[in-house]
Ligand binder design. Structure first.
Ligand code: M6R
Length: 620
């Protein structure tokens, strides 16, 4: 394949490979298969097209593999004849290398099933390795890159039948380490073997978290909710590290094999927070949770907020960096800092930040904004800034995530697990924290708290069943449209961009956001009879200008949906939001989240798992 084509090919594959789910169990319970399959079901929100499980039998010491295409569905373990065992791992796959077939589903085994592997990510040099292994007699049965890992590890164990459990674990660890050094690309691997009852996991670019339960019991997963019902005590595998779980745990650096010390971190999420509960989808559950998440977000230690504010005030240039929705939050924050604290804040998308490294000095400050704390582009921005000696901070939801650990200082938004791909509650919590910081920078922390507490209680009133019904009625009116536009000015301009993201990702309607003032410079040509246009209005100095823009759109046939504290004559449809001053971006985005959700449901899309998207984009 020509180099460029190959690059695109891998990029496309990599973006899909993220969605895979991983969970493993090693402990005293003998129903390991059931534990990992139930855990895998908790990762279903990531999207997958096939799944599989591997269990090491306590009786025969052999590894049984069961895999299927499609969804796991209601688990009837009696129909899946799996052995009794206390070591198992499971995987949900989103097809990359090779089609959606049972053969291509994970786990993958080496010849004779000695080594069994599950994997997230891409082994970029798998073709070369495959050829090399085939020459040595290895027989491949799938089209996947993952199978290469199983054969390669086996190759390093060839002829080695050592006595003694401890030594067998050691040899397995060494073989995995050698294989890891040969494989290129960003991945996470889990390896089991018939040689011993240990499990080895390794990370290079794709997250893996180790849960430590009672009495030498361990879990490994790509996402904490997979094992949260058993333990909230976790350890994070960092890049280029591996762990051997063998009744205890031992972490190593892959390059030199040296031991690495790990801290156990307690996660403050409750298992029920990661469930849908009475809601049909995570997205609507998470939208509704905004009744309380803003309160939780702003309930921060004053000392922490003031330390961050002080750093912003003293920095020679502050950069707010995020991707997608988090990037739009950063943009909105720059308006708030300008207005409230009279401060200029630079804003960059994670992927664009490296282009500005020329300005970064050791007195610069980068604040990474993220829900997952694992977004590769934002992490890269942090790495670039770190190299220049800049201070790193983060505003993040997932505690213990890569960004949380990398930053010198972190503010946790405390939104609880966000499982729907479309970010909702994390967005408004990030906005709340940044609004608070802007007030803190201006020496008006208490005033900021007051504004946000008021906004939070107004949101509680706003999100009532009548409101939902009203928005669902509007969704029915516009569900067949091809395109929609959203406009805003000032701090609501970034919210217009964010509205478009919400509409695009779950309704699949073509949606675009614009600054109201930019309309007449081009986009107004897109308006024709009946084109829906959402107008985000704040009761501030931008109000009359954005209403004038709405009038211009209406004059060209546009159907005006106003999201505003007061009714305006130009609105064909008015979605009322509370008048909350500088918290306007927070309240204005919520009805659009609801509208996007309703449109998704009416158009028979799964709002939790939009096509082509992953919750956490851990590759560049
Ligand atoms: O986890 P992060 O906040 O770093 O994720 C950044 C973006 O990938 C994310 O906001 C994405 O745009 C969402 N799907 C939007 O709803």
């Amino acid at each position: 394949m020509p180099q460029l084509a190959r690059l695109f090919f891998y990029e496309a594959l990599a973006s899909l490979a993220l969605m895979c789910g991983i969970i493993a169990y090693k402990g005293k319970r003998t129903n390991a298969a059931e534990i990992v399959l139930k855990g895998l079901k908790k990762l279903e929100y990531r999207g997958y097209d096939s799944w599989g499980v591997a269990v090491r039998s306590n009786h025969t010491k052999q590894i049984s593999i069961y895999k299927r295409t499609g969804k796991i569905g209601e688990l009837n373990l009696k129909n899946i004849k799996l052995p009794v065992g206390n070591l198992a791992m499971a995987h949900s796959r989103w097809a990359t290398h090779g089609g959606v077939t049972q053969k291509n589903a994970h786990p993958h085994a080496s010849c004779g099933n000695r080594i069994v592997v599950i994997h997230n990510g891409i082994i970029e040099n798998f073709l070369a390795l495959k050829k090399e292994l085939q020459k040595k007699g290895h027989k491949f049965i799938s089209e996947t890159d993952t199978e290469v890992a199983a054969h390669l590890i086996e190759e390093y164990l060839k002829g080695l039948r050592v006595e003694g459990r401890g030594l067998r674990v050691q040899k397995l660890k060494e073989a995995v380490q050698k294989a890891l050094k040969r494989m290129e690309g960003r991945s996470a691997f889990l390896v089991m073997s018939t040689d011993c009852d240990a499990i080895v996991a390794a990370r290079r670019g794709s997250p893996l978290i180790i849960g430590k339960g009672q009495d030498g019991e361990y879990f490994i997963a790509s996402d904490i909710p997979a094992f949260l019902q058993y333990t909230n005590r976790v350890m994070y595998l960092d890049d280029n590290e591996m762990v051997v779980l063998d009744g205890g745990h031992e972490f190593y650096n892959v390059s030199d094999g040296k031991s690495v010390k790990k801290r156990i971190v307690e996660i403050h999420w409750k298992p029920e927070q990661a469930e849908k509960g009475r809601f049909p989808h995570f997205m609507i559950k998470e939208i509704m949770e905004q009744k309380e998440t803003i309160h939780r977000a702003i309930n921060q230690e004053e000392k922490l907020i003031m330390r961050v504010a002080d750093s912003i005030n003293k920095a020679f240039g502050t950069y707010l960096v995020g991707c997608g929705t988090a990037g739009k939050v950063c943009m909105a924050a720059s308006y708030l800092f300008s207005k409230i604290a009279k401060k200029h804040i630079n804003v960059e998308f994670g992927s664009e930040f490296p282009n500005f490294h020329h300005f970064i000095k050791n007195r610069s400050l980068l604040i990474a904004v993220s829900q997952s704390g694992e977004t590769a582009d934002t992490l890269e921005a942090m790495e670039v800034a770190r190299k220049k000696g800049a201070k790193l901070m983060t505003i993040v939801n997932v505690e213990g995530s890569s960004m949380d650990r990398m930053a010198d200082l972190a503010i946790h938004i405390k939104a609880g697990p966000e499982k729907a791909v479309a970010s909702t509650k994390a967005t408004t919590s990030q906005l709340a924290i940044l609004t608070l910081l802007a007030y803190a920078c201006a020496g008006k922390l208490n005033e900021g708290r007051k504004v946000l507490v008021e906004a939070a209680s107004q949101i509680n009133d706003m999100l009532n069943p009548r409101y939902e019904k009203y928005i669902s009625m509007l969704a029915r009116k516009i569900k067949h449209v091809e395109s929609m536009y959203v406009i805003g000015r000032g701090m609501n301009f970034p919210m217009a961009l964010e509205s478009a993201i919400k509409l695009q990702e779950v309704s699949y309607i073509h949606a675009e956001g614009f600054a109201g003032g930019e309309l007449k410079h081009g986009p107004i040509a897109l308006i024709s009879q009946g084109t829906p246009c959402i107008v985000l209005v704040a009761n501030d100095e931008t109000r009359s200008d954005v209403i004038s823009n709405a009038i211009e759109i209406k004059a060209r046939g546009g159907f005006i949906i106003g999201v505003a504290p007061q009714r305006e004559e130009v609105f064909d449809y008015w979605i009322r939001v509370p008048d909350v001053g500088n918290a306007s971006p927070i309240v204005n985005i919520i009805p659009v989240q609801l509208l996007a959700y309703q449109l998704a449901v009416l158009r028979k899309n799964n709002p939790d798992m939009p096509r082509n998207l992953a919750k956490s984009v851990t590759v560049k």
